[in-house]
Structures are given as structure tokens and as C-alpha cells.
Design a protein around this ligand. Structure first.
Ligand code: NAD
Ligand code: LMR
Length: 324
């Protein structure tokens, strides 16, 4: 079978240390699909990346057909079909993700240009490096020959956090939770929506109550990344790698009937969100193409949250306008 070319940036970093091994083991594309990993790092991390490369080889993964490493994005992205843009600085204690814009934004302009030149024309490109929504917007604008729908930013970790918290509260297996949406920015303004969510096929809110929803659930999901940094001193890594895998699996293999996932994608104006912003929506996927779920009822409560997170994204866009 023809191997799939998968590019991963930030290959010597913490997320990649989990992500690369799981891709090579078949957790992304299944046990029959060979892969070629194309790693990108910065020059000072060359030796560290070579070390990761030796470990990947030492696993003797049957599916890992080739391993390419470069500090040149045009080599690492050549003909890549699936791309994980992980390489970027993480935040530390006391920082907001948007504080990273100044240091990380330039990376996504350069990588957008390289993807534009050499990636497969139907590549699926997932931005994981923070702040994800605006970094994805920068990459899109710097890749004018690629369809903006080739790009997405990761809110799947927030989505998974919401699923897990709700399942725990209702004391049901996570598989009983459906129709969760995280709307907007991957930041503390995100809107984790239980209005449309279900537990065992019944409205979630009826089972948990408004008080818990507003006072516990929303702020816990919004601030989970921060809580992990406060406890461990480092940002999430294994859960982020898992979310990246799941996001890409949904994008490649589709979403289950009757359910959807959260993906930050280019807004087409759905739900009144400014066209062209990268905003997290509920999406379904069929044949590798995502569609924003239409016609969910948006009441005043939802509208206020949707607008708040949109406002923050507009401010972020303004801050990087020179790169767009
Ligand atoms: P890390 O510091 O461990 O690794 C980042 C790696 O990226 C480093 O090895 C660095 O050398 C490399 N890098 C920097 N600039 C690069 C470039 N131009 N090209 C290629 N590689 C480059 O960080 P991490 O913990 O792996 O996190 C990576 C990013 O993911 C951070 O921005 C973090 O905030 C973000 N993150 C996002 C989510 C999410 O839910 N969207 C979750 C967790 C982390
Ligand atoms: C997360 O949500 O865990 C990541 O975005 C890392 C962070 O900075 O919070």
C-alpha cells in the first residue's frame, strides 16, 4: 500500500514525543497503512531530533516506512498529505495563550508559505501551536494557493475535556456523551456548550442543572490548560497529542452518525460569526470534507458567549494584521 506522508513540526518537543510514536504505531491511520514521517525542527534542536529519530527506529515499527528530518520546511512539507503544526513556544505560569502571539506568529507565516509551495494540494493541516486559531489564520493567509478548508486549528482537547467532565458528573461512560461543542477561540473565552449536548440521548442540561453548568463546567473547561500548568509547571502534552490524533482521525475517517466534533475552521459566516476568522464550530465530516453543523438554535445566552469569543479573535487578528 502507498505510504502516507505525514509532516510534524516541533519534532523534538513534548507533544511530539507522544504524537510521533503513536502515529508510527498505527494509532492514526490504522494497522494496515504505512507512513513516512517528515520531521521539522529548528537548527539548535537538530541533535535532540536525531535522538528522537533513533528511538523511532529502535521501535522497529512495521508501518514506519521512512523517516525524514530537516530544518527546512520546504523539505519537511514536500508532498505532505497530513500535517501537524506543533512546533511553537508553549506558555508558562501566569501567561495567556495570546501572549505567545508575538513569538509564535512568524513561524506560521513562514510555514504557510512553505506549505503553499510544496504540500499536497489536498493536504489536511492541523495547527496545534498556540494561539491556535490566529496562527491558523496566519498560515491560511500565507498559503493563497491552498483552499482555506485544508486548514484547521485544534479545539479537540477542549472538546475531550468537556466530554470527560460531563461523563464524570453524570456517572456514565464517555461514549454516552454526544453533541458537545466548544465554540470560538482556544482560550479562556471559549464557549463549551451543553445546551445542545446529550447524555444517553437525552438533553445534558436536564441531567446536570444550570447551576453546575454555569458555575463549574464552563470555567473548568475554559481554564483546564492553565490548571495543568499550575500543577505541573508545563503545558499539557500527552492529552494534546491524543487530541491531535483524534482530530485528524475524525477529519480523515469521518464523524459518527448523529454526532459531531469541534474543529476551529475558517468561518463562512455561519451563526453570524465574522467570515474569514478561524473559529471553533460543531462539524461533521464525510469523505474527508468537514461541514459546519447548521441550524442549531442559538438563544441569548449562547449568543453572548459566541460574541465574546469572536471579539477576542477579532482583537488577535488586528494584532497580527502585518502577517495577513
Ligand atoms: P515544546 O517546547 O516541548 O516543543 C516545541 C518544539 O517546537 C521545540 O522543540 C521547538 O524547538 C520547536 N519549534 C519552535 N519553532 C519551530 C519552528 N519554526 N519549526 C519547527 N519547530 C519549531 O512545546 P510543546 O509542549 O510540544 O507544545 C507545542 C505547542 O503546542 C505550544 O505552542 C503549546 O502551547 C501548544 N499546545 C496546544 C494545545 C491545544 O490544545 N491546541 C495543547 C497543548 C499545547
Ligand atoms: C492546553 O489547553 O492545555 C494548551 O493549549 C496549553 C495551554 O497553554 O493551556
Amino acid at each position: 500500500m502507498k505510504p502516507t506522508r505525514i509532516a510534524v513540526t516541533g519534532a523534538a518537543g513534548r507533544i511530539s514525543y507522544s504524537l510521533l510514536f503513536r502515529i508510527a504505531a498505527g494509532d492514526l491511520l490504522g494497522p494496515d497503512q504505512p507512513v513516512i514521517l517528515q520531521l521539522l525542527e529548528v537548527e539548535p534542536m537538530r541533535k535532540a531530533t536525531e535522538g528522537v529519530g533513533l528511538e523511532l527506529k529502535d521501535c522497529a515499527f512495521p508501518l514506519l516506512q521512512d523517516l525524514i528530518f530537516s530544518c527546512d520546511p520546504e523539505i519537511a512539507f514536500a508532498e505532505a498529505e497530513l500535517v501537524f503544526l506543533v512546533g511553537a513556544q508553549p506558555r508558562g505560569p501566569g501567561m495567556a495563550r495570546k501572549d505567545l502571539l508575538e513569538v509564535n506568529a512568524g513561524i506560521f507565516a513562514a510555514q504557510g508559505r512553505a506549505l503553499n509551495q510544496v504540500a499536497a494540494r489536498d493536504a489536511k493541516i492541523l495547527v496545534v501551536g498556540n494561539p491556535v486559531n490566529t496562527n491558523a489564520l496566519i498560515a491560511i493567509r500565507n498559503a493563497p494557493d491552498l483552499d482555506p478548508k485544508n486548514f484547521a486549528a485544534m479545539t479537540r482537547l477542549d472538546h475531550n475535556r468537556a466530554v470527560s467532565l460531563l461523563a464524570e458528573k453524570c456517572q456514565v461512560p464517555v461514549a454516552e456523551v454526544s453533541r458537545i461543542t466548544v465554540w470560538g477561540n482556544h482560550s479562556a473565552t471559549q464557549f463549551p456548550d451543553l445546551i445542545h449536548a446529550q447524555v444517553k440521548g437525552q438533553p445534558a442540561l436536564e441531567q446536570v442543572g444550570w447551576d453546575w453548568y454555569e458555575k463549574e463546567f464552563i470555567p473548568t473547561v475554559q481554564r483546564r490548560g492553565e490548571a495543568i500548568i499550575a500543577l505541573s509547571g508545563k503545558s499539557s502534552a500527552a492529552s494534546a497529542a491524543h487530541a491531535a490524533l483524534e482530530h485528524m482521525r475524525s477529519w480523515v475517517f469521518g464523524t459518527p452518525p448523529g454526532d459531531w466534533v469541534s474543529m476551529a475552521v475558517i468561518s463562512d459566516g455561519s451563526y453570524g460569526i465574522t467570515e474569514g476568522l478561524v473559529y471553533s464550530f460543531p462539524v461533521t465530516v464525510t469523505n474527508g470534507q468537514y461541514r459546519i453543523v447548521e441550524d442549531l438554535a442559538i438563544d441569548e445566552f449562547c449568543r453572548r458567549y459566541l460574541a465574546m469569543t469572536e471579539r477576542e479573535l477579532l482583537e488577535e487578528r488586528e494584532a497580527v494584521k502585518d502577517l495577513l
